[in-house]
Design a protein. Structure first.
Length: 285
């Protein structure tokens, strides 16, 4: 969390013997599929990894039920049939833990001070910015009334900061944008003037309008990236050629290379069976 790395916290809440996991066991799933901790054997781990990556992409909590035999859908639960499970049923609560938005503010004007106060109230990580890296920054707001604006805007655009806002009148904002030595597409990413047009007058009202726009932009980009990530996740899904179970096609999953392709497995048992006759099982796909 200190390094602002997104992860999913998985905790076993129900375990039916003879599962190796017990209630209270927990693990973290990172964006590359790495798992730290223990929530079950290899077959359960494979399912948790795949569903953990999906939860990380959607941002939604999920109660995962892993059963050794097919079960009907259950309200409020994601039911997954794991044919290789050695018996027993697991239920695992999976919670995505995402870093709070980080907002940097240039300037010490009354609007800048109001932005810092309101952003902190929203639970955002808000800090003053003059120079320094912009890695993992969600928004940069320029509220310096002309001081070092152009250089700061260009730095934020080159760092691909999702939201770049300039506090200025429409006339001055247009003039600043026209002076930037950037491509038209980069220039179009700058909100000038920053904030939604809600008739704001005071520094506090203007700050509210700017954070409302940041929230709006984040929701829109999350929806778009969510669709893209779901599509990418679908492309990354693999099917174990032995048991036909869906597994995550990531480096940390059990896999084997054969005939120029890579095959993924839910457990070492399926991989070992595959290796007895790769040509035969590869033809199943």
């Amino acid at each position: 969390m200190a390094e602002r790395i997104p992860f999913v916290h998985a905790r076993v809440v129900f375990a039916e013997k003879p599962t190796s996991a017990k209630p209270g066991d927990e693990a973290l799933i990172l964006g590359d599929g790495t798992m730290v901790g223990f929530v079950g054997g290899q077959c359960a781990e494979s399912t948790v990894r795949a569903q953990g990556l999906a939860a990380l992409q959607s941002g939604d909590c999920v109660l995962l039920r892993i059963a050794p035999t097919p079960e009907p859908d259950q309200h409020g639960k994601m039911v997954v049939h794991n044919p290789c499970l050695s018996g027993g049923t697991l239920e695992i609560f999976m919670e995505p833990v995402l870093p709070v938005p980080q907002v940097l503010i240039l300037g010490d004007s009354p609007i800048a001070l109001a932005l810092a106060e309101i952003g902190s109230t929203l639970g955002y990580e808000v800090a003053a910015w003059a120079t320094g890296p912009l890695t993992n920054v969600d928004a940069v707001v320029l509220a310096s009334h002309g001081d070092e604006e152009e250089a700061a805007i260009i730095a934020a655009l080159k760092a691909n900061v999702p939201y770049v806002g300039l506090v200025a009148s429409p006339k001055r904002g247009a003039a600043v944008l026209d002076s930037l030595d950037v491509t038209p597409s980069m220039r179009a990413r700058v909100h000038a003037p920053a904030g939604l047009n809600i008739g704001a007058q005071s520094p506090e009202e203007i700050a509210v309008s700017i954070f409302a726009q940041i929230i709006q932009e984040r929701k829109a980009s999350h929806h778009a990236s969510g669709i893209a990530m779901e599509s990418a996740a679908g492309a990354l899904d693999a099917v174990d050629p032995i048991c036909q179970m869906s597994v995550a096609a990531v480096e940390s999953s059990i896999h084997s290379d054969f005939d120029g392709g890579r095959w993924y497995f839910c457990c070492l048992g399926c991989k070992e069976k595959f290796l007895t006759d790769p040509a035969k099982f590869a033809g199943v796909m």
